[in-house]
Design a protein around this ligand. Structure first.
Ligand code: FAD
Ligand code: NAI
Length: 479
């Protein structure tokens, strides 16, 4: 007998599990299907983000940063730690425990909100009167019928042509977060293809833990989507830390041989080069995932990249079928997926769901951190906008000096006439937290003067934000 629901969500990542919780809060009889398995074969909801993305990468970034601080910076504070040692197995076990806490937290939230959870793969069977039939195959084998379906099946790492992931020598984000589990320890030489978000975060982790890291990037510019001034500062800092970043390369044949990987590539001048490394992480973007969803059974429309086609409100071509998160257009970010999930549940309830794509913040959790919201200076120039810019360096911020971390700056871009904030770009300590103020300000259509007039605690990094806002009007107080 089929089980009937008002709403069935396929995929339990940040887009799916949040959509399911919101739908249940709104009074819908809701189910969520997710197929992710933990090592014991049990359910591990939370998707890429929780299992092999945001959460484990931040756990390792934190651990590796402690290691680097203990080895290189504690002495500046007058702290001696004796001989530094690394227990990589323990570090990885801690990361796994953090992941499990999050998996368990989601299962608890499903119970609390009365969301029925099915562990298995969900696929469309057919359209039925007033909804859709969905099969669940896996630990749970069921047939569900739903009036409304939300697809949140996420994305997968894109492999290099001719070099599939084996997660031993050629690693996706999954293998990149498990290096050393085979007791091979930290690789001496690590290569990364792509200096995007994963390339920089994972490159930082393994460099801090002792690997010699080389990143090969196809584009001639570093972090092209980031404000140029910020990208320049970040590039300087990463290079100083010892991350080797080669821009403008053309990657050729990748060969796995006993004991390592070789990558043939042409450098920016066209010269033939070879990179020989112990392991290679390929981080050249991600592709939307609709594997096993059986979209053809109901005629769900995909675009040429394999993403589910949706309108601005996440409606697909089928009535009652919605899609959110990495499997649709837009930035592949957990918080974007969550916002879309909430908005869709609210739209199903006849409410006015709302996602403002102009104020989605981006954060790269390296050291220095990079965070931004809104337009970059190069985007403003390209559209011929009249704007004013103000920057403030962390070097002139008392809290940053006390922390011993004065790299970077805060930059404001505001409309030349109205002073409305158009973009805020930060490279430096705790940029991930500082950016929230800018997001709130932009949501409220604040001017840079609004921020400049707000009392910020002293001494705090947020004073750099206030000073950058003052700088728009050329009246910084501490620089
Ligand atoms: P996913 O998280 O991919 O979840 C999809 C879920 O659906 C999975 O559990 C999958 O098993 C399941 N599924 C798929 N098909 C089916 C099916 N047919 N039946 C049942 N279940 C199915 N974003 C940030 O915002 N901040 C970060 O710091 C960050 N760090 C990242 C670090 C790394 C290394 C990576 C790879 C990504 C990172 N991201 C980060 C991106 C973020 O993980 C994604 O944007 C986010 O997970 C997308 O959420 P989603 O719900 O759309 O999909
Ligand atoms: P990315 O899109 O950030 O970067 C990919 C990089 O690879 C680009 O610079 C691109 O020019 C380069 N590239 C592409 N093909 C190449 C080739 N053949 N040779 C050399 N370089 C090549 O993708 P990434 O790093 O894989 O991450 C995927 C997505 O996951 C991100 O876009 C982001 O949405 C999400 N993510 C978010 C994080 C965060 O919010 N902190 C952390 C990690 C991932």
């Amino acid at each position: 007998m089929a089980k009937t629901f008002d709403v069935v969500v396929i995929g339990g990542g940040p887009g799916g599990y949040i959509a399911a919780i919101r739908a249940a809060q709104l009074g819908f009889n809701t189910a969520c299907i997710d197929e992710w398995k933990n090592e014991k074969g049990g359910p591990a909801p939370g998707g890429t983000c929780t299992n092999v993305g945001c959460i484990p990468s931040k756990a390792l970034l934190q651990s590796s940063e402690h290691y680097e601080h203990a080895g290189k910076h504690f002495a500046e504070h007058g702290i001696g730690v004796g001989k530094l040692s690394l227990d990589l197995a323990k570090m990885l076990a801690r990361k796994d425990a953090v992941v499990k806490q999050n998996n368990d937290g989601i299962l608890y939230l499903f119970k609390k909100n009365k969301v029925a959870f099915f562990h298995g793969r969900g696929s469309f069977v057919k359209a039925v009167d007033g909804g859709y039939e969905i099969a669940v195959a896996g630990a749970a084998t069921e047939t569900l019928v739903a009036k409304q379906v939300i697809v949140a099946t996420g994305s997968n790492a894109r492999p290099l042509p001719g070099a599939p992931f084996d997660e031993e020598a050629i690693l996706s984000n999954d293998g990149a977060l498990r290096i050393g589990r085979d007791s091979g320890g930290v690789p001496k030489k690590l290569g990364l293809i792509g200096s995007g978000v994963i390339g920089l975060e994972m490159g930082s982790v393994w460099r801090r833990l002792g690997a010699e890291v080389t990143v090969l990037e196809a584009l001639p510019t570093f972090l092209g989507a980031v404000d140029e001034q910020v990208a320049k500062e970040a590039h300087k800092a990463f290079t100083k830390q010892g991350l080797k970043i080669e821009l403008g390369v053309k990657v050729g044949e990748v060969k796995v041989a006993k004991g390592g990987v070789t990558v043939a590539y042409a450098d920016s001048k066209g010269g033939a080069q070879t990179l020989a490394v112990d392991k290679l992480i390929v981080s050249i973007g991600r592709v939307p995932n609709t594997t096993g969803l059986n979209t053809e059974a109901v005629g769900l429309k995909l675009d040429e990249r394999g993403a589910i086609v949706v309108d601005d409100e996440c409606r697909t071509n089928l009535p009652g079928v919605w899609a959110v998160g990495d499997v649709v257009r837009g930035p592949m970010l957990a918080h974007k997926a969550e916002e879309e999930g909430v908005a869709v549940a609210e739209r199903i309830a006849g409410q006015h769901g709302h996602v403002n794509f102009n104020t989605v913040p981006w954060v790269i959790y390296t050291s220095p951190e990079i965070a931004w919201v809104g337009e970059t200076e190069q985007q403003l120039k390209a559209r011929g906008a009249a704007y004013k810019a103000g920057t403030f360096p962390f070097m002139a911020n008392g809290r940053a000096r006390a922390l011993g971390d004065t790299t970077g700056l805060v930059k404001f871009l505001a409309d030349a006439k109205t002073d409305e904030i158009l973009g805020v770009h930060i490279v430096g300590p705790m940029a991930s937290e500082l950016i929230a103020e800018a997001v709130v300000a932009m949501e409220f259509k604040a001017s840079s003067e609004d921020i400049a007039r707000i009392c910020h605690a002293h001494p705090s990094l947020s004073e750099a934000t206030k000073e950058a806002a003052l700088a728009v009007d050329k009246r910084t107080l501490n620089f």
